[in-house]
Design a protein around this ligand. Structure first.
Ligand code: ATP
Length: 230
């Protein structure tokens, strides 16, 4: 479904991604793990045309999307839940959701996502900035669903959340996948992310250094030492 081939990205003279190749098949959850500064957010940003690539190719459902504007990519069925959530704090939950459909050119129907996130329905007239951290993350995910994506990319969705909320957010990710949405998950809660994903890639200093089935990666000695502190 998504194929990234030999992606290279630099910020002026500093190259941060080196020949990154990865793919996500339809129906999969694929986790990308890596330590701080490894290049995970840069990869996600390049995927959505938010930073330019200096080389490589990105294909979504067989179409070359390299160099496309972010809204064009969203229109094709690939959506992003960004690392910092980027909600509009002074707009209501419902208004934030309606903006999620904007790129598609259609007026979205928040009632559909309220079925998935009933808790947000109860707060639909509340300003987004007054929601708790976990609720804001759910809203960011719900907003991304308003564009009717077939695949979503989540950049560290559990960042800053308590262990219980991490569980809730990753459970929501699992549920979306079971409803047919393909997922690329960037996550620092490595154990839980590997438990809910089919395959995983490890990125170190801008290069993919490992890939395989999540169950294998989870039991790899080096990974356990480097990312799970075991
Ligand atoms: P984290 O887990 O801490 O979010 P990350 O794996 O997402 O890290 P990136 O944010 O992609 O890492 O950063 C990769 C490297 O690129 C880092 O060394 C960072 O300092 C650098 N970098 C990121 N954004 C910029 C920018 N706009 N200008 C210059 N350098 C940048």
């Amino acid at each position: 479904m998504l194929h990234i081939e030999d992606l290279n990205v630099s910020y002026s003279y500093l190259q941060v991604l080196w020949d990154v190749s990865l793919h996500v098949d339809r129906g999969e959850v694929v986790t990308l793990i890596g330590s701080n500064g490894a290049g995970k957010t840069t990869l996600v940003s390049a995927l959505f045309g938010l930073v330019p690539a200096i080389g490589g190719r990105i294909e979504f459902e067989g179409e070359n999307i390299s160099g496309m504007a972010p809204f064009e990519i969203v229109r094709r069925g690939l959506s992003l839940v960004p690392e910092k959530r980027e909600l509009f704090p002074r707009m209501t939950v419902r208004e934030n959701l309606e903006l999620g459909a904007f790129a598609t050119g259609r007026k979205g129907d928040p009632d559909r996502v309220f079925e998935l996130f009933p808790h947000l329905a109860e707060r639909q007239d509340q300003d987004a900035g007054t929601l708790s951290g976990g609720e804001q993350q759910m809203l960011a995910i719900a907003r991304c669903l308003m564009a009717n994506p077939r695949m979503i990319v989540l950049d560290e969705p559990s960042l800053g959340l308590s262990p219980k909320l991490v569980h809730t957010v990753l459970e929501a990710v699992e549920r979306l996948n079971s409803e047919g949405i393909t997922i690329l998950l960037v996550e620092q809660n490595v154990r839980r992310a590997l438990e809910i994903s089919h395959r995983a890639y490890v990125i170190e200093a801008g290069r993919i250094t490992r890939s395989g089935r999540s169950s294998e990666i989870l039991h790899d000695e080096q990974i356990r030492e480097a990312y799970l502190g075991l």
